[in-house]
Design a protein around this ligand. Sequence first.
Ligand code: MD3
Ligand code: FE
Length: 220
Amino acid sequence: MTADLFEDIHTSEPAHQTLAPGAVLLRGFAREAGAELLAALDTVLAAAPLRHLVTPGGHTMSVAMSNCGPLGWVSDRRGYRYSREDPLSGQPWPPMPENWRALAARAATEAGFSGFTPDACLVNQYQPGSKLSLHQDKDENDFSAPIVSVSLGLPAVFLFGTPQRSDRPQRHRLQHGDVVVWGGPARLAFHGVAPLADGDHALLGRRRINLTFRCAGQAL
Ligand code: MD3
Ligand code: FE
């Protein structure tokens, strides 16, 4: 309605774009902070290296993953779950960088979810050809909290469906610095990422990094 008041100088697209009820795209919200966010990434990944997890069905994921914060998402032959420890080291996940947590909370507030206090941050790394098949995120205990995602590096085509797998997904190009807040009726939507096209990003080279901030739940 007042999209022109929030115009983004870099893209001349509205800075707030509602993709579906509960799903708000904040174009370029993390662009300015991008380099600072990436400086902390090295610290996180030094403590908890990226790895290709195996699904319960025995497939190795093409996306490499790690985590920070009190809880981390893991998968193996036994299933998907959140864990307090990194299974590679047996140690707690590294702390969530304060500038990451603060940016996620600001984005959630901007999208209408104040008081967002994530206890898990999943780090996904895509290389050319990496993809994420259509899925729902439902391993968290608290579906009333949104998920905040931050895209960095190479652009990707993001697939965004509905809570029904058979509904044809929308496609959105997510670029470096784009942030999406997924809450309310969008929280249980099916979503995925199309195979990453090759490219060369000034800060990340031939990679896309996606950070997803979650309230996974303390009942674990
Ligand atoms: C919509 N990651 O880690 S972020 C995931 O780009 C995941 O790495 C993708 O899907 C990525 O689970 C997409 C956007 C996203 C994250 C969580 C959602 C969209 C979502 C949860 C519900 C609905
Ligand atoms: Fe997901």
